[in-house]
Design a protein around this ligand. Structure first.
Ligand SMILES: [Zn+2]
Length: 246
């Protein structure tokens, strides 16, 4: 059951201390990521955007958000070291393989990231999968510079005018897609219109209403959008008017 602000966050103000107490209850229902908004899985890929985003992550101790991210079955494993740090770790396999979880935080958004490490003994197969969640919006004052369709990592990114790369804000249960006709491409169509209409300032997840722009929709489901693309704010505006990307 995903977190819902009105239902799950109970605040009590403590006037003598000047801060709020809160209880937050979350329960992952369908595996890692399902308790938090817009779960994302970064599979191993050759994407330079994913590499850029992963490179800025900061290792940290596990906290409640990491527990919510991986779910109750895997939560205890968050505290076990990687084989690289301790060959006797409960997560190590024969002192050389490893099936562990490591925890990070994105310093730009403070969102939690849990990395799942899989390494066979002798290291013939080794990869990391990163679990996190999408932000709900850009930070106040941030403006979109480019939107990125990242075919290699199957992710959608936004780069701000300050140069920061973010996962494209996404609402729970409404992922993005392109190059095909479906719910994901409809979400992307509506988000592109919202960004263009707000001059790049509104990149927030939310219920998007109204009929989609047919020109944008045609482009989003076309083969043109079925590969890695970077679109500037001006290109997005032109797409809304002309249905093509200059
Ligand atoms: Zn490991």
């Amino acid at each position: 059951m995903a977190y819902q602000h009105d239902r799950d966050l109970n605040l009590t103000y403590s006037p003598e201390k000047g801060y709020w107490h809160f209880v937050l209850y979350m329960e992952p229902d369908v595996g890692p990521g399902s308790a938090l908004n817009g779960s994302q899985i970064l599979e191993p890929s050759s994407s330079p955007y994913a590499a850029e985003w992963l490179s800025r992550l900061v290792p940290c101790d596990p906290d409640a958000l990491h527990v919510a991210l991986v779910g109750s079955d895997d939560a205890p494993k968050l505290w076990r070291p990687c084989v690289y740090d301790d060959s006797d770790s409960p997560s190590a396999v024969a002192g050389d393989g490893c099936i562990c979880w490591q925890t990070f935080r994105d310093p730009e958004t403070l969102l939690p990231v849990a990395a799942h490490h899989y390494r066979t003994v002798s290291g013939n197969i080794e990869h990391w999968r990163h679990f996190t969640c999408a932000p709900l919006s850009l930070r106040d004052g941030e403006r979109l510079s480019t939107i990125i369709i990242d075919h290699d990592s199957h992710m959608f990114w936004v780069r701000t005018d300050g140069g920061t790369l973010h996962i494209l804000p996404e609402r729970q249960g409404a992922g993005y897609g392109s190059g095909y006709s479906g719910g994901g491409s409809l979400e992307l169509t509506l988000m592109i219109e919202k960004i263009a209409n707000s001059d790049g300032y509104d990149v927030s997840a939310g219920i998007l209403s109204g009929a989609p722009n047919r020109k944008v929709r045609s482009w989003v489901i076309s083969p043109e959008a079925n590969r890695t693309r970077e679109l500037t704010l001006d290109q997005l505006k032109f797409l809304c008017q002309a249905g093509i990307v200059e």
